[in-house]
Design a protein around this ligand. Structure first.
Ligand code: AMP
Length: 218
């Protein structure tokens, strides 16, 4: 049995067409079913639903053989023990620095001020500002990052941006892009040896599906 870890929402929705192209149908809809283990039309492949940030952990410890997760989540997790054979080019977005419209970010950075930065992505933010030589106090949040500059909790946020509508709706502006993000296939290293044939088939199925639809997101 091969177990694939997915998170509900954008990753699940954008993985379905890839699975379908590889001849795999998930037999239950996570939006209507409360089940966390979903059968597929392949008797030896099942899907488990976990939180996005738990996908690397499930795969690292063998709770799942493979998983699909954002590059952001992988970097924050550290990616230890994970084989990352494919960029699936789904759930595309970027991770950026944003501030209030009336905050002079360029001057603050130029003058060497100490910036207060709120984010869920502490490792990514720490590395980015360290490379720039900007001193930051990082405040870890788990959601609603956009609120931090509006309430005076922080000068800036580091968050995922897709269309930019969420920032705009909250009077924030994107001042720097840190990196582009997309979802990756990750595989447990030990499983790759123990279940080599079945896993290779699944990985190759994803690779072939990607080749069939290279411009899906453009
Ligand atoms: P948008 O308004 O389209 O720029 O989307 C921004 C909001 O959606 C932020 O709250 C982000 O945290 C979230 N978001 C954007 N892209 C992704 C993604 N690929 N995965 C998870 N959350 C995302």
């Amino acid at each position: 049995m091969i177990t694939l870890a997915l998170s509900k929402g954008r990753i699940f929705d954008e993985t379905l067409p890839l699975l379908r192209a590889a001849g795999i149908e998930v037999l239950e809809d996570p939006e209507t079913s409360r089940k966390l283990i979903l059968a597929t039309n392949k008797a030896d492949l099942r899907v488990v639903l976990v939180r996005a940030t738990d996908v690397p952990t499930y795969v690292e410890y063998g709770g799942a053989d493979l998983g699909i997760t954002g590059r952001d989540t992988l970097i924050e997790h550290g990616g230890q023990g994970l084989y990352q054979p494919l960029d699936l080019d789904i759930a595309r977005c970027r991770i950026s620095v944003a501030v209030r419209k009336d905050f002079d970010y360029a001057s603050a950075v130029r003058q060497g001020s100490r910036l207060r930065v709120a984010t869920k992505y502490v490792a990514i933010a720490r590395d980015f500002f360290a490379t720039k030589g900007v001193h930051v106090d990082l405040i870890k949040l788990y959601g609603s990052m956009e609120l931090a500059p509006l309430t005076g909790l922080a000068d800036a946020i580091v968050d995922l941006v897709s269309t930019g509508n969420t920032l705009k709706a909250n009077d924030l502006v994107e001042v720097e892009t840190i990196m582009d993000i997309s979802a990756r296939l990750v595989v447990n290293q030990a499983a790759l040896k123990l279940k080599q044939a079945a896993l290779r088939q699944t990985i190759d199925g994803f690779a072939a599906a990607l080749r069939q639809a290279p411009d899906r997101n453009s």
